[in-house]
Each structure stands twice: as C-alpha cells, then as structure tokens.
Design a protein around this ligand. Structure first.
Ligand SMILES: [Zn+2]
Length: 409
C-alpha cells in the first residue's frame, strides 16, 4: 500500500502551516488570559473549518487555588474547543492539544523571530501552537484520503494544560474512555526523540495553624506554626531516596511576621513525582503519616490541599503496541521514533489513567520550551504532520491492528 501521493499533499502545506503557527504564536494565550485563549480558538476553528467537524465550545468549572495567605479562591479558565467527526464509526481516535502557554499577558516574550533558515523563536511555537497545526493538517490529509469516514475522531483543545488541566480533566477522561487511540501534540525533542513513560505528579499546599503570642512575655502560650511546618518539611524531604523513583520537592515556604510574635500561620507548597501506581500509594501513605504525626502537637492543626492530578503513565503492552505501530510509520518516512522515559507530565498521563494508550509528543521538533529561548524547527511541521497522517492512514485503512485498552486504568 503506498500512501505517497497523500503525503505529498502535506509537503505542499508547509508554508501555510508556518504562517498559521506564526499568527497563533503572536496571540498571547497565557493560561489566565481568557480573551487571548478565545482568540486562539477562533483562529483554530477557522483553520479547521475544511474538516467539516461538529464544533463545540465548552465552559469549564472554576478551579480552586490556595493563595499564599492560605485563602482558598476560585479561578476561571478559558473555554475548551471540541471537534467531532464520524462519531458513529466503530473505531475512534482522540487528538489532544492545548491553547494555553506559560507566558502571561504582561510577559516580555510576545513575538516570533526567525533565528535562521530553519529556526523560529517565539512564545508557544513548539509548546504547542506548532503541534496543533501539525494535528489539524494531519486530519486534513485523512479527510482528503479514501479512508475518511473509516474512523471517527475527536479533537480536544484545552485551555489549562500548563496549569495542570484541572478544569478540563473530566472532559479528557470522558473522551479517553470512548476512544481507541490517543494522540497528543506536545513537542518532541529537537532530534525527534519522543516521550515514553511519564512519572505521575501531585501538587500540594500544606497550611499550618498555631497560636499567636508575645514572643517575650508569653512565649509559652504560643504554638509556632513555622516550627511545626519545618518538622513536616524535614520529614518530607527525608522521603527522598527511600522509594525507587519517588521524589519530593518542597518548593515554597511562607508565613510568620514580626520577630516578637510567635507565628500562628505558615504555608508550604511541594511537588511529588512517582514512577508507578505503587510509588504513588507509598507516597500518599507516607504523607498522611507525617501529617498525622505532626498534628499530634498541642495547638497545631494542618490542612492539606491538592492531589495527584496526574497519574504515572506506564509503558504497558498497549503503549508498546502503539509505539511499534508508530515505529513502522517512522521507518517508512526515514524518521527515528525512539522514545525515552521522562519525569515530566502532560495530558498523556490523563489519557493513560483513563485506559487509553497514547503517544503524547507528536508535535513539532523544538526545544527550550517554557523559556524565552523556545524554538521550533520549521522543517518539522510537514515532517511531523506526515508522521501522524501515516499513523491515521494505517489505522483507517485497516492495515494496522489497534492497541488494547491499557491495563493501568
Ligand atoms: Zn505543552
């Protein structure tokens, strides 16, 4: 079976793709910039119009944040864009991208610059405006092919990936349960290396309350919240190295006030990474134990916020099947599809937690993401669109077998 003429069409789209990425990247869409996110999805909806998919814009529930003073507040997210085509097909693919970036509206990094013939520097060019353009171009190739209609597909563009996908998690979960293969368009490394297994990640905020007192006259009546939290932190940090691959990073500590007052408030934030479900339950148990122990102290209460928003993505049989299918596509195109485990996480963790085998770095080749040096390698636009299109063709043509549902769900 030769797909060459279908793939050649993608080559003709290279300039188009580049100008679309530049236009999208010049629109600021930091996770908190809701009008910016709306502009990005307006533009994506235009770009995707030839696909003839059903389009929905979904409002998301507010997410809860804990401020540095311990106050719990709700914050809004932008809308989620969902495109659905051929919903009654037997087999379905879920394609996921995110409209948000890590650069807020007032960040200095707002424009694209051409660094050399093949390199563009700009906010979100790789993570992941370039990736979304790759995704939609691959879908255009599928819909132009004789295999259109053989498989159903759904695109989800969520507005909150860079802040943990809390507001969109339910939609990702629901869509993943109804699909057979997941494709996410986070960037690959500059040399094309993909992400394989991913650690799970939990973000937590711990608030300690004690009792204020005059540090000189009535020190004995005070209960020091900072001292209590310091005990927790020291125990938490001591967990590092105790369980294979589990790491705890205490990232922030705040609280207290004048030198002559026993502090009645302190707050710390920490992140836990886990390589496996076993590692996660071990860490959860240790954390609870530490909190219970330190809470025993007279006059001290501890309040834990947060959870493992992202479960570990394990390279189980279903993921191996999907990666070997991608390898056959890469071999046809002369591209390496080598994958490496990473401690970072993304929506690929969410899809895997819902039992959906997925490859989550099908976007452009690039690097230095989340920094002002973020770059995209221009020739990877059509290259990566061909890789994803070929995967779609092989599945839609019935040439490849579909992976099982994963066992981790
Ligand atoms: Zn990303």
């Amino acid at each position: 079976m030769t797909y060459a003429p279908l793939l050649e069409w993608i080559d003709t789209q290279q300039d188009n793709m580049l100008s679309e990425v530049l236009a999208l990247s010049e629109i600021n869409s930091g996770s908190a910039n809701i009008p910016g996110i709306e502009k990005v999805i307006d533009r994506l909806s235009d770009f995707a119009s030839s696909l003839g998919a059903e389009e929905e814009r979904l409002e998301l529930p507010p997410r809860t944040d804990v401020l540095d003073n311990g106050e719990v507040v709700e914050s809004e997210s932008g809308p989620l864009l969902r495109l659905t085509k051929w919903p009654n097909a037997n087999r379905r693919i879920l394609l996921v991208g995110h409209s948000d970036t890590v650069y807020p509206k007032d960040h200095s990094f707002q424009h694209c610059t051409k660094l050399d013939e093949n390199t563009i520097n700009g906010p979100g060019v790789a993570d992941m405006k370039g990736g979304i353009v790759v995704m939609l171009t691959a879908l255009q190739a599928l819909e132009r092919s004789p295999y259109a209609g053989n498989i159903g597909w759904q695109v989800i563009i969520n507005p909150d990936e860079e802040i943990g996908s809390f507001a969109s998690a339910q939609h990702l979960d629901q869509a993943a349960r109804a699909a057979d293969v997941g494709m996410i368009f986070e960037p690959a490394l500059a040399d094309g290396t993909l992400a394989g297994a991913r650690k799970g990640s939990g973000n937590f905020t711990l608030v300690a309350h004690g009792r204020a007192a005059h540090a000189g006259r009535e020190h004995h009546l005070g209960r020091n919240a900072i001292a209590a939290l310091a005990r927790v932190i020291s125990l938490l940090d001591g967990l590092n190295g105790q369980m294979d691959g589990v790491t705890i990073n205490v990232a922030k500590l705040t609280g207290g006030g004048p030198n002559n007052v026993v502090p009645d408030f302190a707050l710390c934030r920490f992140n836990i990474r886990v390589p496996s479900p076993e590692g996660q339950s071990w860490a959860e148990k240790q954390l609870q134990q530490i909190i219970d122990d330190v809470s025993q102290a007279d006059g001290i209460s501890l309040e834990l916020h947060g959870s493992f928003g992202r479960q570990p993505k394990v390279m189980d049989k279903a993921h191996q099947q999907l990666f070997s299918l991608l390898k056959s596509c890469g071999d046809d195109l002369g591209l390496s599809t080598e994958a490496k485990a990473t401690g970072g996480c993304c929506d690929g963790n969410n899809l895997a937690a819902a039992g959906l085998a997925n490859i989550d770095t099908l976007g452009v080749r690039g690097g230095a993401i989340h920094s002002t040096d973020e770059f995209l390698l221009i020739d990877s636009l059509s290259e990566r669109a061909k890789l994803s299109a070929l995967l779609l063709f092989k599945l839609a043509a019935g040439e490849a077998s579909w992976p099982d549902r994963t066992t981790t769900a």
